[in-house]
Ligand binder design. Structure first.
Ligand code: NAD
Length: 500
């Protein structure tokens, strides 16, 4: 049994003031594997006070110092890759293919942000003004359960690069992963208070942090419903917000695509992280002219996407994180049938041979119209909708007919044609032919998928505020015998401050 009874404030693992406990489960066995003692509003206050104290010094550190910190964080997280992978498997049931990507990448974001920081100019001359990009203040990061430590690392890397201090409130359902990542970050030996990690309930610690008057920035990853509530709360004190929210991402198969190659990639995009991913390609848009062929190939290839125990390397789809999530996914599988869609694969209940664990059959619906709820709402499980389209224009219209706009895929044998389609899709990221992730490219959503972007320069600037200084020199106009003021532009370029 894992007993997690400490929270992390001001550089120390301390006993929280909160005395409520939450159980932790292994979703593959449904067994309780531990408990976490939760922080409360008083702990949230202590964390903000620590971050505020640290801010005055940290916000004025030199760029080189912060690059050094990012490098140390990278090394410290990299050293515990195996422990992160184990915690993620045990507590969340992520399959090996996802862990293999996620665990080594967690530390990389610090290195990538160090590179971005190295090239970033904090001082610029704009018109007659000296503009300096200043850290936006004390920030709060709130993260979900579905990729816990990656989100913590991504958000913290940008805050450190900017010179902002941070409170992190991870989901109470991923306390095991939070414990390992906190130990990693602590091992990097940063000055106390720069980051504080308080696990607690959203409506307790999350609410205390997002309403706190000393907090000036919120970066949130989670559902659109919670994000909306936080934005409303944040408006009262005009906190800056970055919102990474839900998705219902389209995967457009153009009629010239090589289906032999493309169909496994389409399914991998749809079932990513067992379907518990905001970026999962859950709406498959297929040309009517090749619909039968695509249906046949999908129902054949889906057999390669085995659901089962995450420790098995052959498994592509792990369990849902909780009973609640399992029930929710089952209800959508029922709903799809009630709405008139036809099951091409999967369906209700557990996969064959699995009698325990929150496992779902990898499911594909065909005959789906884009106005059905299964095509519009985020299910957050391995449930895909196959939607036919007439021509390219119709495909783009269906792809964009969504409240969400996080990510999209386009598959074609003709890259220029795919780019033409990609350029008309309302999504923060569009991948053509399964192109690899690029950490310098901005990540975030159009429409109700969010506000703002993470990673690279956009991610860094999300924690910065421009301050413009406009100066005027007084001169005595002796020649004309008049006292007056003449606007004069400083001739020298602006000085180099300690933050450059
Ligand atoms: P959630 O919105 O229920 O919870 C996310 C976090 O918000 C948790 O830490 C929770 O405790 C906290 N929270 C809840 N109520 C709060 C409140 N009133 N004030 C402050 N904090 C509060 O989301 P979830 O179920 O943990 O995660 C799944 C959702 O996250 C899905 O909708 C998914 O699409 C989304 N997501 C988005 C991205 C992205 O990058 N766009 C990535 C992963 C997940």
């Amino acid at each position: 049994m894992h007993i997690i009874d400490r929270t992390y404030i001001d550089g120390k693992f301390i006993e929280p003031h909160g005395d409520e406990w939450a159980p932790l489960f292994n979703p593959a066995t449904e067994e309780q594997i531990g408990s976490v003692r939760l922080a409360d509003a008083q702990d949230a206050d202590r964390a903000v006070a620590a971050a505020k104290r640290a801010f005055s010094t940290f916000s004025n550190t030199a760029k080189e110092e912060r690059i050094d910190m990012l490098n140390r964080l990278h090394a410290a997280v990299l050293a515990r890759t195996d422990d992160l992978a184990c915690a993620m498997r045990e507590e969340y049931g992520a399959p090996s293919n996802f862990i293999g990507f996620s665990a080594p990448r967690a530390g990389m974001v610090f290195l990538e942000m160090a590179r971005t920081l190295k090239d970033y100019e904090f001082r610029r001359r704009m018109g007659s003004a000296d503009v300096e990009m200043r850290p936006s203040g004390v920030a709060v990061a709130i993260t979900p359960w579905n990729s816990n430590y990656s989100f913590i690392c991504g958000k913290l890397s940008a805050a450190i690069a900017a010179g902002a201090t941070m409170m992190i409130k991870p989901s109470e359902m991923s306390a095991l992963q939070t414990q390992v990542i906190t130990e990693c970050l602590h091992a990097a030996g940063l000055p106390s208070g720069i980051f504080n990690i308080v696990t607690g309930y959203g409506n307790v610690v999350g609410a205390a942090l997002t309403t706190h008057r000393d907090v000036s920035k919120i970066t949130f990853t989670g559902s659109t419903a919670t994000g909306r509530r936080i934005v409303q709360t944040a408006a009262a004190t005009m906190k800056r917000v970055t919102m990474e929210l839900g998705g219902k991402c389209p995967t457009v198969i153009l009629d010239d695509a090589d289906l032999e190659v493309v169909i496994p990639q389409v399914l991998a995009a749809g079932f990513r992280n067992s379907g518990q991913a905001c970026i999962a390609g859950t709406r498959i848009l297929a040309p009517e002219s090749r619909l039968n062929e695509i249906e046949e190939r999908l129902s054949h290839t889906v057999k390669e996407f085995r659901a089962g125990y995450p420790a098995d390397d052959q498994v592509q789809v792990g369990p849902m994180v909780s009973q609640k999530q399992w029930d929710r996914v089952q209800s959508y599988i029922r709903l799809g049938q009630e709405e008139g869609a036809r099951l091409l694969a999967g369906g209700e209940g557990r996969p064959e041979g699995l009698h325990r664990g929150w496992f779902v059959k990898p499911t594909i619906f065909t005959g789906v119209r884009n106005d059905m709820r299964i095509a519009r709402e985020e299910i957050f499980g391995p449930v895909l909708s196959l939607i036919p389209y007439r021509d390219e224009e119709d495909a783009i219209a269906i792809a964009n007919d969504s409240d969400y706009g996080l990510q999209a895929h386009v598959f074609s044998s003709d890259v220029e044609r795919a780019k033409r389609v990609a350029n008309q899709i309302e999504a923060g990221r569009v991948f053509i032919n399964d192109a690899p992730h690029d950490p310098l490219a901005p990540f975030g959503g159009f429409k109700q998928s969010g506000i703002g972007r993470e990673f690279g320069v956009f991610g860094l600037e999300a924690f910065l505020e421009p301050r413009a200084v406009l100066s005027l020199r007084y001169k005595y106009c002796a020649a004309r015998g008049l006292r007056g003021i003449i606007f004069s532009t400083p001739r020298r370029p602006c000085g180099r401050g300690s933050r450059e």
